[in-house]
Write a protein that binds this ligand. Structure first.
Ligand code: UT7
Length: 344
């Protein structure tokens, strides 16, 4: 990918209404980082009443990465940011904004985004975190898109980075086998579009929340309650039920906003929580699994990092081609959920 600016739109000829003023947030680079330590399912059978067979059958997870001691979320985020800058071939000083989606920041404040800003030397960028748990990256992408289309920023780095291993209760088999650590980053650039669904870049977003469901997935500590970081608590089968119902709906709603349907989609890049949720959503959308990017077997559930990790892995493997239509969708604690439709 190149350091392109407001030209070079690869739009096919279309009879749809055109608005030549349209600014699109186009992906010009991506990158990811996974901690070195890989933990297979078998590692849990030493201390818990669980098995590789149960974990694979119920979740699709085979292994996950855990951060080393001292390897904080900002360090993972910085490595992913550096990889994305190299992939895009741009200088950090050209970034106008950095948004980090995370629920596991290094400190209560300052934000992880400001730490990344200093580490990579993006000193012209404003920086802030978004916290929407597993839907965090979708929320962050939607916010980045709003900054770009409103003219408040021309070039935005959007990162999902998590160290969920820090909030695991290692005695709770129903949660600690599911999560992993990692980071992924995308760089969005303001480019001119025609206002049609043939444009490259973000075409539509759909965000939702239902705070009445907060007891289904939460962390039992925090600054203004216990004064501790706390541990993740989840009623997995209840979250599962909401996920299957809500993810296909938000994907369809986002596609409809873009004037598109499931038949136009080249790739679903879903939040990687559970292979059965991923399969169920693809089925509801009427799309085969060979159009779905799946990394859950290798990464586990990395919360806000899972979508940018999956996008970057798929790009590295050469699966995503310029012009491909991608739908990302995610749900997590809150509940918060949503989808983004973008043309790569
Ligand atoms: O990313 C944020 C959103 N999160 C999600 O999307 C996660 C959604 N939920 C899920 O992925 C699934 O619900 C789980 C993978 C968490 C669980 O799968 P499930 O098929 O819904 O199982 P379950 O919770 O209904 O539990 C079935 C049984 C229970 O035993 P009983 O009550 O039937 O005797 C659990 O105690 O499996 C038991 N169990 C385990 N057994 C072996 C729970 N965890 C384990 C384990 N090993 N690790």
């Amino acid at each position: 990918m190149t350091d392109s600016t407001v030209t070079g739109v690869t739009s096919a000829v279309s009879d749809k209404p055109r608005n030549p003023q349209t600014t699109r947030a186009v992906v010009i680079g991506c990158g990811h980082y996974l901690p070195e330590r890989v933990v297979p399912n078998e590692a849990f059978t030493k201390t818990l009443d669980t098995s590789n067979e149960w974990i694979v059958a119920r979740s699709g997870i085979e292994r996950r990465h855990f951060a080393a001691e001292g390897e904080t979320t900002s360090k993972l985020a910085t490595r992913a940011a550096e990889a994305a800058l190299a992939n895009a071939g741009i200088a950090p000083e050209s970034l106008d904004a950095i948004i980090v989606a995370t629920s596991t920041p290094d400190l209560t404040f300052p934000s992880v985004a400001t730490m990344v800003q200093a580490e990579i030397g993006a000193l012209k960028a404003f920086a802030f975190d978004v916290q929407a748990v597993c839907a965090g990256f979708v929320y962050a992408l939607a916010n980045a898109n709003a900054l770009v289309v409103s003219g408040q920023a021309k070039r935005v780095m959007v990162i999902g980075a998590e160290t969920f291993s820090r909030i695991m209760d290692w005695t709770d088999r129903s949660t600690c086998v599911l999560f992993g650590d990692g980071a992924g980053a995308l760089i969005l650039d303001a480019q001119a579009g025609f206002g049609t669904s043939d444009d490259r870049g973000i075409l539509a977003t759909d965000l939702n929340a239902d705070g009445r469901q907060r007891d289904l997935l939460y962390v039992d500590g925090g600054v203004s309650t216990t004064g501790t970081a706390g541990y993740l608590r989840m009623q997995g089968n209840q979250v599962f039920r909401h996920a299957v119902e809500k993810l296909a709906q938000t994907a369809e709603d986002a596609l409809a906003k873009a004037g598109l349907g499931a038949g136009d989609v080249d790739w679903i890049v879903p939040h990687q929580a559970n292979i059965r949720i991923i399969q169920g959503t693809a089925k509801k959308l009427g799309l085969p699994m060979d159009q779905v990017i799946v990394t859950v077997q290798d990464h586990g559930n990395t919360s806000a990092a899972s979508i940018p990790l999956a996008l970057s892995v798929a790009a590295t493997e050469g699966k995503l081609k310029p012009g491909d239509l991608i739908v990302t969708e995610a749900i997590g604690g809150g509940l918060a959920w949503g989808a983004v439709v973008l043309r790569w």
